[in-house]
Design a protein around this ligand. Structure first.
Ligand code: OGA
Ligand code: MN
Length: 289
């Protein structure tokens, strides 16, 4: 390893300081790629990437998942394009507040996400944090009875469900490109396609478990989510403008922490597509029909 890498105190995450992401050589990229698989979350302070450089960095991890309005890198910002702070009751703000629940990106899409790059541009003076939790370490720490109980179980993931839970009625067919119909079905235990390691896979979009009564399914999903998001499996990053992070959506959950919404917060997000063989929903073929 030629990089200077400092692991966090948690089971996931490392901070890398002596590298310029906009000018990586092959050796540095090799180290970053293997650290990404080892730590799940990499934090690069002080990079100040522009949108083009962020996209180029994200492309090293794979193809880009196109998000709203055909954009490959989207602002996660509490202001309108003409610079006004979002109203608390606006749909856009409810979408952002949704990020405050533990989740893994695009689990409600036919193809779940592989990874995401997020950078800080404007940070509230009173601070802003994001947290990540290690669902792989959680699987390793799980008791045998729960492991046996969840083996073979899968959950339907739904954005309509997770947003409704926080009082946001997403319209079916709304311009987010989500499924209007059946929600993708995903195993509660995900085998990582590269490392072969098992991780719990749930988060706030996990809505229903086929064959299980709803109250029981919700209690199980809640229990798994809470178990994942316990120390030493949680890392909190305090953002500074210029910071860039990348995380593995196949292994981690993450959430935004509440901040002072009367202050501007501008982040840029680039999402990397999952591999079709390993991040497709179990029912994707049925759904495509
Ligand atoms: C995301 C996300 C959290 C944050 O970009 O996918 O969940 O802190 N962001 O903005
Ligand atoms: Mn997210």
């Amino acid at each position: 390893m030629s990089l200077s890498l400092r692991p966090t105190d948690a089971t996931l995450g490392a901070v890398i300081t002596d590298v310029k992401l906009s000018a990586l050589d092959a050796a540095a990229w090799h180290d970053i790629e293997s650290a990404f698989l080892d730590y799940g979350l990499l934090i690069f302070p002080g990079q100040h990437l522009n949108a083009k450089a962020q996209l180029e960095f994200a492309l090293r991890f794979g193809e880009i998942e196109v998000l709203a309005e055909g954009m490959t890198t989207i602002p996660i910002a509490n202001k309108t394009p003409d610079g006004k702070l979002l109203e608390a009751e606006s749909d856009r703000m409810k979408l952002l507040r949704g990020n405050e629940g533990w989740h893994t990106d695009s689990s409600y899409m036919r193809l779940a996400s592989k990874a995401a790059v997020l950078s800080a541009h404007v940070v509230p003076a009173s601070g802003s944090q994001t947290q990540w939790a290690d669902a792989r370490a959680a699987y390793d720490a799980l008791d045998d009875a729960t492991r046996a109980r969840i083996a073979g179980l899968a959950a339907h993931h739904s954005y309509f469900y997770s947003q409704a839970k926080i009082g946001h009625q997403v319209e079916v067919g709304a311009a987010y490109g989500f499924f209007a119909g059946e929600s993708p079905l995903r195993p509660l235990v995900k085998i990582h396609p590269v490392t072969g390691r098992a991780a719990l896979y749930a988060g706030r979009h996990a809505a229903r478990i086929p064959g299980m009564e709803q109250a029981e399914a919700e209690a199980l999903i809640k229990h798994l989510n809470e178990f994942i998001c316990q120390p030493p499996r949680v890392h909190t990053h305090h953002w500074q403008p210029g910071d860039v992070v990348v995380w593995d959506n196949r292994r981690l959950l993450h959430r935004a922490c509440p901040y002072d919404y009367s202050q501007e917060r501008v982040m840029m997000h680039t999402r990397i597509k999952g591999d079709i063989e390993t991040e497709s929903a179990l029912n994707a073929r049925l759904m495509a029909a």
